[in-house]
Design a protein around this ligand. Structure first.
Ligand code: G1P
Length: 284
């Protein structure tokens, strides 16, 4: 079955970015000239996704305005002859069909994804965590969709992580089936170096069979009272296989201040109009 729908969880408080996120969604912070969430939306669209459900929460409606039409702004830009900006603004509102669902309480990533159950219905879907910006020859979600098409099973994207990073990511116990492809035998959320099964961490892209919803419902909250998607995937393993895929390309973790700065610099260096000035500013 074709993967046509995606869920983008964006309901968090953005505490790692305070005070910038006091009255502004983290997902709307600009990396160069686009809000963080737009990178995920564009990646989904380039991967063939048509319907996007953003999981949001109170005080975050700027995201809805961003992907909507802006009649006043558009007519202003038209009047002033700023056709280049006009095209960019119009393109954003035509990227995909959007739906927004509020997560009323911050009960974890698994719980946020569960909010989209009705929107997804009985079909496979992608999940994109907007903190991660991927820069790949083939869009990351498209790479996952190809693995899903081959195995018909849920699949998570993987990256090799350092010992230190085992505190930041879900870590898997792998059984290699092919270059870049692993069957998941077990997994644990943010285990730290002592408890980590391997150096393979789950990062922010997933393709799920709709069976994940039942698995989430059966998953108990962790010690912080949050329902983790990693725990739900582990439950799903009781029923069906799940695969992991080491993607091809670059990924920037813009989920904290240092990562955000790095992502901005790396992406600016790839833009001809900024590369030179960024390089010079760093050297001076
Ligand atoms: C979430 C997941 C974690 C995953 C990470 C990827 O954690 O719970 O398993 O490794 O995203 O970025 P978060 O970064 O939201 O704490």
């Amino acid at each position: 079955m074709k993967v046509r729908k995606a869920v983008i969880p964006a309901a968090g408080f953005g505490t790692r970015f305070l005070p910038a996120t006091k009255a502004q969604p983290k997902e709307m912070l600009a990396v160069i000239d686009k809000p963080l969430i737009q990178y995920s939306v564009e990646e989904a669209v380039e991967s063939g996704i048509e319907h996007i459900c953003v999981i949001t929460s109170r005080g975050k409606s700027a995201m809805e305005d961003h992907f909507d039409q802006s009649p006043e702004l558009e007519s202003f830009l038209k009047q002033k002859g700023k056709t280049d900006y006009l095209k960019q603004v119009q393109k954003i509102s035509r990227l995909a069909k959007f739906c927004y669902i509020r997560q009323k309480q911050a009960l974890g990533l698994g719980h946020a994804i569960l909010m989209a159950e009705e929107f997804i219905g009985n079909e496979p879907f992608a999940v994109l965590l907007p903190d991660d910006i991927f820069d790949c020859p083939v869009p990351a979600v498209k790479q996952l969709k190809d693995v899903f098409a081959e195995y018909g099973s849920s699949v998570v994207i993987l990256k090799r992580i350092s010992q230190e990073e085992t505190k930041k990511y879900g870590v898997i116990k792998p059984e290699q089936v092919k270059p870049r492809i692993f069957k998941l035998k077990d997994m644990i959320e943010k285990p730290g170096p002592e408890k980590a099964f391997s150096d393979l961490g789950i990062i922010g892209r997933y393709v799920f069979n709709p069976d994940i919803f039942e698995a989430i419902k059966k998953t108990k909250p962790d010690h912080r009272g949050e329902i983790q998607i990693t725990d739900a995937i582990k439950r799903l393993l009781d029923k069906e296989p799940v695969y992991g895929y080491l993607f091809e390309g670059q990924r920037y973790d813009a989920g904290d201040k240092a990562g955000f700065i790095k992502a901005t610099l790396k992406l600016a260096l790839k833009r001809p109009e900024f590369a030179e000035i960024v390089r010079k500013s760093i050297q001076n």
